[in-house]
Ligand binder design. Structure first.
Ligand code: PEP
Ligand code: MG
Length: 583
């Protein structure tokens, strides 16, 4: 038996078999395969090679027609790589020898060839390297479209252990027979963590070196406590029983909370607070009513896209899911955010280039406006969905008013188009923005003239304001929601919204932490949007508080020097710990 302590990021206890997957570049994982699967894996690879060859051929024809044969020749060179039998044999050999998935074998083979090329200084070889990388991208994309059978052979409940995991893989794996995650890297506000919470699967982060321990072991028994942050390999019978007991106690506590969730979230001195739900995946929709949330405060629509990747969701698919959102939220509003792709929410079909610093790059509203072909499908569906109820449309990562104006211009075009097609919609939907860029927060008095509501995205606002990557565990202790600079910004946004007479809510993970509720109400917030399972906890916290003194307290906090001082002051005032936690 061996115990590891990490950071508990998503609640719950899982007892199952560990399957270790490791990633090297981006989100490619090494998946161990049983020998019975090897031939099928090689066939899967060949199928992907064939479909890539066809895709490159189609591109070649198009470029040939539109731009001439000389440019089309680039694609001939790429197609040649896919016909090179020694290259293809190299990949087969890796799959056979190492019993690994095709993606991993391809990446290894390409890496080896590149290492050999690197030793020779030649422009020609550099060009060939470029071809190789392009071809590799095509094949990986095709492989993703072909069903991955990495977990189907593992019987029973699987706990995924990885050095890193992308949000899209967390969704995909979480829907198979996975019951928990252990990740070496990551942070409590990363999108992978948010997805684990949405799927109600325990997640422990920051368990350095654990994948090495498991590298050559298949299906080792493992126990994961996502609340306490502990992981036990080979747990003995006594340990398993004590965790089962803990799980039963937590379930009882949850039932008690659920029973109280119908009680209105009104503070002791009579202020009513709206506690809304953040939705990432359609399976959470029933939870909106179950936990008596006051509508949907954030639907991260990009997960609809990520789920369907590499195919793009059609307008009708968008419309169907938006209708469900609006109906689940009724009679309260459903706030649907337009795609917030880019950054760490990888959009392979949309992003044509790799960015050195994607979090500061083409993401959110910037990417959607840059790719109207993809965005228009979503926008048509959103505007058509207005007939189903109270839909508020929200734009992510807005930094300047022009982005809002550009959105309005595109939306106007869509509405004219829908009118011509005689499709029904309502013009009076509310339009709002996420406030998650510090410069935007500082000009909320101006931005308020352009929109009907703000929603504060503290996950990103903290990241950008404090210059702390929200997914980087090396600086996780500097990610401080209670930094006085953050509190000043929150108070400013709320004040500007109030002066302009527009709605303001908060939908970052900070809102889901009951230890933060007092300070958020003190900053003037009255609408909090949190993951559905957190709704009862936050409502209970609201019922314990009295806002009368909180505003003064928040003001004092915003004039202190550090998050530690804020923490100590709050503890003294409220008589409890409000440690720097966002879970
Ligand atoms: C945020 O930034 O706080 C937010 C809610 O959006 P996301 O976590 O999807 O970036
Ligand atoms: Mg954000």
């Amino acid at each position: 038996m061996e115990t590891f302590q990490g950071i508990g990021a998503a609640d719950g206890i899982a007892i199952g078999a560990a399957v270790c997957i490791s990633t090297r570049i981006g989100d490619i994982y090494q998946i161990p395969l049983p020998s019975t699967e090897i031939d099928a894996e090689i066939a899967r690879f060949q199928q992907a090679v064939e479909s890539s060859r066809q895709e490159i051929g189609r591109l070649r024809d198009r470029v040939g027609t539109e731009l001439g044969d000389e440019l089309a020749g680039i694609f001939d060179a790429q197609a040649l790589v896919l016909s090179d039998s020694s290259f293809l044999e190299g990949v087969h050999e890796h799959i056979r020898r190492e019993h690994v998935n095709a993606e991993w074998a391809l990446q290894e083979t390409v890496g080896e060839i590149q290492a050999r090329f690197d030793e020779i200084d030649s422009q020609h070889l550099r060009d060939r390297q470029e071809d190789l990388r392009h071809v590799c991208r095509y094949v990986i994309r095709s492989l993703r479209g072909i069903h991955l059978h990495q977990l189907s052979e593992v019987q029973g409940d699987v706990v995924i252990v990885a050095d890193d995991l992308s949000p899209s893989d967390a969704v995909r794996l979480g829907r198979e027979n996975v019951i928990g995650f252990v990740i070496e890297h990551g942070s409590p506000t990363s999108h992978t963590t948010i997805i684990a919470r949405s799927l109600n699967l325990p997640l422990v982060l920051g368990v350095g070196g654990i994948s090495h321990k498991l590298a050559d072991q298949v299906e080792m028994p493992i126990l994961v406590d996502g609340t306490a942050g502990s992981v036990v390999l080979h747990p003995d019978a006594r340990t398993i029983e004590s965790y089962r007991q803990r799980r039963r106690e937590r379930q009882l506590e949850e039932q008690r909370l659920l029973a109280a969730s119908e009680l209105p979230p009104v503070t002791l001195d009579g202020t009513e607070i709206q506690v809304m739900a953040n939705i990432d995946l359609p399976e959470e929709l029933d939870d909106v009513r179950r936990y008596a949330a006051a509508g949907i405060g954030l639907y991260r629509s990009e997960f609809l896209y990520i789920e369907r990747s590499p195919e793009l969701p059609s307008e009708e698919e968008h419309l169907a899911i938006y209708r469900k959102m609006i109906e689940a939220a009724a009679p309260n509003p459903a706030i649907i955010r337009t795609y917030d792709l880019g950054g760490r929410k990888i959009a392979r079909e949309v992003m044509e280039t790799q960015e050195n610093n994607p979090v500061l790059g083409l993401r959110g509203i910037r990417l959607t406006l840059a790719r109207p072909d993809i965005f228009l499908t979503q926008l048509r569906a959103l505007i058509r969905a207005t007939v189903y109820g109270d839909l508020w449309i929200m734009l992510p990562l807005v930094t300047i008013p022009e982005e809002i104006l550009e959105f309005r211009r595109v939306a106007e075009g869509v509405m004219e188009q829908l009118e011509r097609e005689e499709l029904p919609f309502r013009r009076d939907f509310k339009l709002g923005i996420m406030v998650e860029v510090p410069a935007a927060a500082l000009i909320t008095d101006i931005l308020a003239r352009y929109v009907d509501f703000f929603s504060i995205g503290t996950n990103d606002l903290i990241q950008y304001a404090l210059a702390v990557d929200r997914s980087n565990e090396h600086v996780a202790d500097l990610y401080r929601p209670l930094h006085p600079g953050m509190l000043r910004m929150l108070r400013l946004i709320v004040r500007n919204a109030a002066e302009a007479g527009i709605e303001v809510s908060i939908c970052g993970e900070m809102a889901a932490d009951a230890r933060m509720t007092a300070v958020l109400l003190g900053c003037g917030l009255r609408r909090l949007s949190v993951s559905p399972r957190r709704v009862p906890t936050i409502k209970r916290r609201v019922r314990e508080l009295s806002v009368e003194k909180l505003e003064e307290m928040a003001e004092t906090c915003s004039n202190l020097a550090t998050a530690v001082e804020v923490n100590e002051y709050l503890r003294a005032q409220l008589g409890e710990s409000v440690e720097n936690a966002t879970a």
